[in-house]
Design a protein around this ligand. Structure first.
Ligand code: SAM
Ligand code: DTB
Ligand code: SF4
Length: 323
């Protein structure tokens, strides 16, 4: 490899049909392939641990059909203004004391206005100063904002593609797929690491799950961090009542993410509260190597830290140190 351009062109481009063919493999063959690749790129017994905090909750103008924080739906989520700096730092210290190495701050915005961004930059700087990795998810970014985040000490920016291009219009009307790709490009250009994934179980087809993975895997380079969320159905959202996704199909999706993005961390994200230990163990076996840790995601529940510690002990999993 002589230069970056060659490295980029050498990376395999995935066709949707090839990923569908992976989904169709006998389960044992699929898991073996995923596990073999996982072991070639990662310590198979470590899992990266992030803790989430909603720094600004509810009242969002967007219409994402899955989201309890959209102002358009009656979901019982209480709106709150941007949190105070000291409260955010206290939450980050608590997360660090519990063993989290990355702290992710989420805001229910379409995107940050400059006056919103400034206090968030201070939060990022102070969380970074604790010795934690920092991540933020604040919606769409305008020209120049990603650079300010980077300057403040941000390591990762989370912005999801959510689903396949041809299913996207059924879920969100207030921003386009291209808007999301544009924000991701700004994040990458600013030198931030990209955290980008989607939601499974929104009524999409297997081909559409494969098409989401193809979008992610064909990014140049692919996201360093790939959250795979299982739809958490919240009363009042349009997607509440969607037929539940088959559990094995979810595990297959994780395995296909691992195979198509062998160097990325694949995060078993929303939905763990509804999963048995056996199901989570299958997801780790299929190549998931990151989780959200702590009793709450943004507004919905997540397993408590005691049960996660017990699960890690049972499976012989260790938290991954910061690299
Ligand atoms: N408002 C910002 C945005 O949309 O970019 C940042 C926060 S938003 C809540 C981050 C991501 O959480 C969404 O892109 C979506 O993938 C995920 N998410 C939201 N509600 C969810 C739900 N009910 N189940 C699973 N994932 C969900
Ligand atoms: C991601 O992909 N999942 C997280 C994080 N990025 C910001 C959010 C999950 C939210 C689940 C619904 C809630 O708690 O409000
Ligand atoms: Fe707003 Fe983000 Fe929820 Fe969409 S996912 S409604 S942008 S908070």
């Amino acid at each position: 490899m002589h230069n970056l351009a060659e490295a980029v062109s050498a990376r395999k481009k995935w066709k949707v049909a090839e990923i569908v063919a992976l989904f169709e493999l006998p389960f044992a063959d699929l898991i073996h392939r995923a596990q073999t690749l996982h072991r070639a790129h990662f310590d198979p017994n470590t899992v990266q641990i992030s803790t989430l905090l909603s720094i600004k909750t509810g009242g969002c103008p967007e219409d994402c059909g899955y989201c309890p924080q959209s102002a358009r739906y009656h979901t019982g989520v209480e709106n709150s203004a941007l949190m105070a700096l000291e409260d955010v730092v206290a939450a980050a210290k608590a997360a660090k004391a519990q063993g989290a190495t990355r702290f992710c701050m989420g805001a229910a915005w379409r995107g940050p206005k400059q006056r919103d961004l400034e206090p968030v930059l201070k939060m990022i700087a102070e969380v970074k100063a604790l010795g934690m990795e920092t991540c933020a998810t604040l919606g769409m970014l305008k020209e120049g904002q990603a650079e300010q985040l980077k300057e403040a000490g941000l390591d990762y920016y989370n912005h999801n593609l959510d689903t396949a291009p041809d299913f996207y219009g059924e879920i969100i009307s207030t921003r386009t797929y291209q808007d999301r790709l544009d924000t991701l490009e700004r994040v990458r250009q600013a030198g931030l690491r990209v955290c980008c994934g989607g939601i499974i179980g929104m009524g999409e087809s297997r081909m559409q799950r494969a098409a989401l993975l193809a979008q992610l895997a064909n990014m140049e380079p692919p996201p360093e961090s790939v959250p795979i969320n299982l739809l958490t159905q919240v009363e009042g959202t349009p997607l509440c009542g969607t037929p539940e996704l088959d559990e094995i199909e979810f595990v297959r999706t994780i395995a296909c993410a691992r195979i198509t993005m062998p160097e990325s961390h694949v995060r078993l994200s929303a939905g763990r509260n509804q999963m048995s230990e056996a199901m989570q163990a299958l997801c780790f076996l299929a190549g998931a190597n990151s989780i959200f840790y702590g009793e709450k995601l943004l507004t919905t529940g997540n397993p408590d830290t005691d049960s996660d510690r017990k699960l890690f002990d049972k499976l012989g999993i260790r938290p991954e140190p910061v690299t």
